[in-house]
Design a protein around this ligand. Structure first.
Ligand code: SF4
Length: 374
């Protein structure tokens, strides 16, 4: 699978710490550099047939449809597309006007991940999103009118501008659109963000974890009652509409990430990441080099990663797969660490897979890190 990071946004959301620039001055140079990176790294993926192509960011919908198509054409020079390929575009509601959607509906893009976040203006203002509540609703309807069926909506819960009733209303509105996929995250306060600064200055209240937990639990029951599979902590899909791209990440398949700050993984023990700086990324590619770093994961790091990723999903960790993969020392420590958690029911074994029961998923990261081998 192939990931393309488009490092531009219209404005900076108050909670965001992703890599992007709000200046489009070097957009053409960036697209040229990304095409060159696709060429230079075309042999890094074992599989030459892609099952997933994902435009993430930043804000990929800031590009024109012609620019997106040109990137897809470049990928097609070196890779074949599986007949069932999923081609996802992350899109912000304010970009999804009729002209853009018309062009997009004639392109190979077949899945939209819309950054809705909330249907309430108060929340959107605090988040400094570029869209308002009206645009949040209109963009989904319009995308469906232009024939997009495979739509995912992003929602954020636990905002200080929101409460339990508003969260319920957000979920009710989402269901009305009959979209088949929802990704939903708790508002987190990252260092070096405007939100963090406002909280430090006491201009905004900090999110309350107990409220976020209650909203998460309500969402899980509500979406399951409406036919969604809860297949990863933050992801819900109707059968047949799980994200192929993200599922491949969670099953530790190989992927290649193109663009500044994009990460790649060889499916086993090597990770690499591009420099998170647009101009230095472009400069390096102008000289036919790559500004990236890589690391070989130790056995312990591979083990810890398997716990962290696997225990966040409904599939859990495949114990049989573990047996052939890790040394006896790691296996013994693992058995010792899981024993008390199996007794208390915080962990369970089902069909040869180690899992966290869904009612404890909100605490999954802490449970997984308790199993880390240092
Ligand atoms: S649009 Fe997305 S990537 Fe851009 S600032 Fe907002 S959250 Fe961050």
């Amino acid at each position: 699978m192939l990931y393309l990071h488009i490092p531009f946004c219209k404005q900076k959301c108050s909670y965001c710490n992703f890599h992007f620039s709000t200046s489009l001055t070097f957009k053409d140079e960036m697209l040229g550099a990304m095409k060159k990176e696709i060429f230079l790294r075309k042999d890094e993926l074992q599989s030459k047939t892609l099952k997933s192509l994902y435009f993430g960011g930043g804000t990929p919908s800031i590009l024109k449809v012609d620019e997106l198509n040109a990137l897809i054409d470049e990928v097609l020079k070196y890779f074949a597309f599986d007949p069932d390929i999923e081609i996802t575009l992350e899109a912000n509601p304010d970009d999804l006007d009729a002209q853009f959607l018309k062009g997009l509906s004639q392109s190979p893009v077949n899945r939209l991940s819309i950054g809705t976040q909330s249907f309430f203006d108060e929340d959107l203002k605090l988040m400094n999103r570029a869209h308002n509540a009206g645009q949040a609703e209109d963009s989904i309807k319009r995308a469906q009118d232009f024939g997009f069926e495979n739509i995912s909506i992003d929602l954020i819960y636990g905002s200080p501008t929101s409460d339990f009733e508003i969260w319920k209303e957000n979920l009710n509105k989402t269901i009305e659109f009959q979209v088949p996929h929802i990704s939903s995250y708790a508002l987190t306060v990252e260092p070096k963000t405007a939100l963090n600064q406002w909280i430090q200055q006491r201009k905004v209240a900090a999110p309350i974890e107990a409220e976020q937990h209650a909203e998460f639990s309500y969402m899980v029951d509500f979406l399951k009652d409406h036919g969604f599979d809860h297949y990863e902590i933050s992801n819900f899909g109707k059968p047949g509409f799980h994200s192929q791209h993200n599922s491949a990440y969670w099953k530790s398949k190989e992927y290649l990430g193109i663009g500044p700050s994009a990460h790649s993984f060889n499916g086993w023990n090597e990770r690499s990441w591009n420099i998170a700086n647009n101009l230095r990324y472009i400069d390096a590619l102008n000289q036919n080099t790559l500004a990236k770093e890589s690391e070989i994961l130790t056995e312990k790091e591979q083990f810890n990663e398997m716990m962290m990723i696997g225990l966040r999903t409904m599939w859990g960790v495949d114990l049989q797969q573990m047996e052939g993969k890790f040394s006896d020392i790691i296996q013994e420590e693992f058995q010792k660490n899981i024993a008390p958690k199996l007794e208390t029911g915080i962990l369970i074994i089902e069909n040869g897979h180690l899992k966290i029961p869904e009612k404890h998923w909100f605490l999954a990261d802490g449970i997984a890190s308790d199993l880390f081998i240092l």
